[in-house]
Design a protein around this ligand. Structure first.
Ligand SMILES: C[S@@+](CC[C@H](N)C(=O)[O-])C[C@H]1O[C@@H](n2cnc3c(N)ncnc32)[C@H](O)[C@@H]1O
Length: 216
């Protein structure tokens, strides 16, 4: 199993370790939109589903969906996020979610291991989204679902592409990947997904996308 050492964090984990406590306390920016997405996802889940979540943060989403599925493996590159998530699971008495400190690239998974993969507010933080989408497709059962929530920053704040590398270099921003909705949907199709649903709470908000892994 791939885990991260809290004493020597991966460079991408440093930013998120540093803000983990603050992130846990911060209210969700648009609670109504968040609840709509949770309800939509609930509608796609089955009681015997094996679920992987990547970039799970402090675990709120995994803990919400846990009663509806068989098991959730919730992963995040930040050991501090994972520590908070584990505390929350223990306080809630939820035992079918395992939290694991692991970056996406280091995840060990056999082909077709999952029925559903959740990827919320994470794909726009990765350097090679097409590669990650291919990796996730490989981990899904044929017909399995990738349910993601992604900020297509190329449509909403394209100028961020100019300052994001500087912000990252001085430690005030995480790694940010600036791409448009059209590019994102094409990458999903190229990785072997059929789009089931695309939803935005309002223009320029993040894209909630449900994509089904086509048969190989
Ligand atoms: C914006 S937060 C989203 C957290 C949660 N999914 C949510 O919706 O609240 C992004 C999360 O992705 C994690 N993350 C960033 N890069 C990652 C990577 N390469 N692999 C796994 N997790 C990563 C961060 O540690 C952070 O917890």
């Amino acid at each position: 199993m791939s885990t991260l050492d809290m004493t020597r964090p991966n460079p991408d984990a440093r930013f998120w370790n540093r803000i983990a406590e603050r992130y846990a306390r911060k209210p969700v920016p648009d609670q109504a939109a968040y609840e709509t997405k949770l309800a939509k996802t609930d509608g796609y889940l089955e009681p015997d589903d094996r679920v992987l979540e990547i970039g799970c943060g402090t675990g709120t989403t995994a803990l919400h969906h846990a009663p509806r599925v068989a098991q959730i493996r919730a992963t995040d590159i930040s050991p501090k996020m994972i520590a908070i998530a584990r505390d929350k699971a223990q306080s809630a008495g939820i035992d079918n979610v395992s939290f694991e400190a692991s970056g996406i690239d280091a995840l060990d998974a056999t082909p077709a291991q999952y029925d559903v993969i959740l990827a919320h507010s994470i794909l726009h933080l990765l350097d090679d989204v097409p590669r990650t989408l291919r990796q996730l497709h490989h981990m899904l059962e044929p017909g399995g679902l990738l349910i993601s929530n992604t900020q297509c920053i190329g449509d909403s704040i394209p100028w961020l592409a100019w300052i994001a590398p500087l912000g990252r270099a001085i430690g005030v921003l995480p790694r940010i990947n600036v791409f448009r909705e059209a590019e994102f949907l094409k990458w999903l199709a190229d990785a072997g997904f059929d789009i089931e649903e695309v939803w935005q709470a309002k223009p320029k908000a993040s894209h909630y996308v449900v994509a089904r892994a086509a048969d190989r």
